[in-house]
Design a protein around this ligand. Structure first.
Ligand SMILES: Nc1ncnc2c1ncn2[C@@H]1O[C@H](COP(=O)(O)OP(=O)(O)OP(=O)(O)O)[C@@H](O)[C@H]1O
Ligand SMILES: [Mg+2]
Length: 152
């Protein structure tokens, strides 16, 4: 895909958010610094109904969100990870990340390569690259049946 501006990034995030399967999926965002990984996650979380500030989890490694159960959805847990500063494998157990990944909810991860041995296979990988100021190239790859369903 080519997203010509942030509005098109938001439009794709909105479509993804509308799929019920997103509420229990693991999605990785790949791409260089400034490619738009956090920006994409922000649009996705907004579409899902997250209000207030959406911080980049660069320092905290994970930012959790819980959405109140709506008419259609149950309580939705969302975890937004940024493994850029993750370098101690012991932290994986201590921070309870294993439990988080085993729990139902939406998991989103930036810089997953930094925690590769710990992470399960992502349902969907979205590679982002800057083509021009506001133009992004996005390549989405499904790695599981759930990921294929989301992409379809
Ligand atoms: N079409 C677009 N889609 C997404 N972001 C865009 C687009 N056009 C411009 N941007 C801007 O690009 C920047 C991307 O920054 P962002 O923090 O999302 O990058 P990142 O990939 O998360 O980087 P990092 O690896 O440092 O976490 C933001 O300032 C965003 O507003
Ligand atoms: Mg980021």
């Amino acid at each position: 895909m080519h997203w010509r501006d942030e509005g098109e990034t938001r439009a794709f995030a909105k479509k993804l958010a509308a799929h019920p399967g997103v509420s229990d999926a693991y999605i990785e965002l790949q791409g260089d610094l400034g490619a738009g990984k956090t920006s994409f996650v922000r649009h996705l979380l907004r579409s899902l109904g997250v209000e207030g500030r959406i911080k980049s989890p660069t320092y905290a490694v994970v930012e959790p969100y819980v959405l109140p159960s709506g008419s259609k959805r149950q309580l939705l847990n969302i975890w937004h990870f940024d493994f850029y500063r993750f370098n101690d494998p012991r932290e994986w157990e201590e921070a309870g990340f294993r439990e988080l990944f085993a729990s139902p909810g939406l998991k989103l991860a930036e810089w997953a390569d930094k925690a590769r041995g710990m992470l399960p296979q992502a349902d969907l990988v979205i590679h982002l690259a800057v083509l021009d100021n506001d133009v992004r190239q996005a390549e989405a790859i499904a790695q599981t049946p759930k990921g294929r369903e989301l992409l379809a």
